[in-house]
Design a protein around this ligand. Structure first.
Ligand SMILES: *[C@@H]1O[C@H](CO)[C@@H](O)[C@H](O)[C@H]1NC(C)=O
Ligand SMILES: *[C@@H]1O[C@H](CO)[C@@H](O)[C@H](O)[C@H]1NC(C)=O
Ligand SMILES: *[C@@H]1O[C@H](CO)[C@@H](O)[C@H](O)[C@H]1NC(C)=O
Length: 288
């Protein structure tokens, strides 16, 4: 029922947006792909000599094609010259695997995160993408997977923005990652200590001592699928990982009713609280 709801919300948003759809290229062979992901790519015209890359992850029950239709990343790709990758996961109600220990732990082979990281390697080896300018984004289940990727491959990504999800590792060891199989506690905004959340990230890459990708976390107060308290939980997690405390709020930024929450000087971690906004708002993800 939750899944059907997501699909209908998204359809409405699509219609409202008028869809910025561009031609995507289906890529069949980009390296080891243990969980059978699909990949579609958008190449900007003109293609820079050493382009940036953004990997954009859809929500449950959707696909990379649909995600492209809902956001404006291909428009921005032409404007600023980055390659946009739109993977699709075909398992577990099209949800990203944020539960299987293989997907969550560095050095283990299987599952979704391995296929995703190989897409990045492919863009570097085939298109001379700039390894210092690889970006990640996702909504809902894609947001949860973005949190995981930032914990597991912190040295791969320069920055990541995410929308309407919950903290990295919340579903670790759960029976599945879809609304039907996951422990509902995470979507309801399960509270854990800052230290526990940070350990969930550190445990994905034990011994890592470098920097983590710059992070923006967006959530609507009226989200009824992945509840709003998840914003505070996810900010607790990354604030501890980065070791940057909350400094101040900036109200009505970038819109009336939005609050930008600065951590430290705001260069590593920002939260965005969107008053009255529901699950996976287009307005949120086209603005960051
Ligand atoms: C970080 O880890 C690397 C590799 O294990 C090590 O060479 C380096 O000295 C460490 N740096 C710090 C600041 O601990
Ligand atoms: C900052 O904004 C958030 C979101 O509106 C709110 O929950 C929090 O209480 C605010 N903190 C302060 C110190 O005003
Ligand atoms: C998305 O791009 C279209 C043009 O293709 C533009 O009309 C629309 O305003 C953009 N939406 C956002 C939220 O930036």
């Amino acid at each position: 029922m939750l899944t059907a709801l997501t699909a209908s919300v998204v359809t409405l948003l699509c219609t409202a947006n008028g869809a910025a759809s561009r031609d995507l290229t289906f890529i069949s062979d980009w390296g080891e792909n243990p969980s059978g992901l699909e990949m579609r790519a958008y190449f900007p015209d003109p293609l820079p000599e050493s382009p940036d890359v953004i990997l954009a992850l859809h929500a449950c029950s959707l696909s990379g094609i649909q995600y492209e239709e809902e956001n404006n990343y291909t428009v921005y790709a032409d404007e600023t010259g980055f390659i946009a990758l739109f993977p699709s996961t075909l398992n577990q109600g099209n949800c990203w695997d944020v539960a299987n220990p293989d997907s969550l732990t560095c050095g283990s082979g299987g599952s979704g995160s391995a296929g995703l990281i190989n897409m990045i390697q492919w863009s570097i080896s085939e298109y001379n993408a700039d390894p210092a300018r690889i970006f990640f984004t996702g909504s809902s289940s894609g947001c949860m997977m973005t949190n995981v990727m930032c914990g597991k491959y912190p040295d791969v990504f320069a920055a990541a923005s995410r929308y309407s999800g919950f903290p990295a590792g919340c579903l670790a060891g759960a029976a599945g990652s879809s609304p039907g199989t996951a422990d509902p506690a995470c979507a309801l905004g399960e509270a854990r200590s800052s230290e526990e959340w940070a350990q969930a990230v550190w445990g994905m890459y034990p011994g890592y001592n470098g920097t983590y990708p710059r992070t923006m976390i967006w959530h609507g107060t009226a989200d009824e699928m992945v509840l709003y308290p998840n914003l505070a939980e996810t900010l607790k997690q990354w604030s501890t990982v980065f070791d940057v405390p909350f400094t101040k709020n900036v109200t009505d930024d970038p819109y009336p009713g939005y609050t930008k929450m600065l951590y430290g000087d705001g260069t590593q971690l920002l939260g965005y609280s969107a008053e009255g906004v529901g699950h996976m708002s287009l307005q949120m993800w086209n603005r960051s």
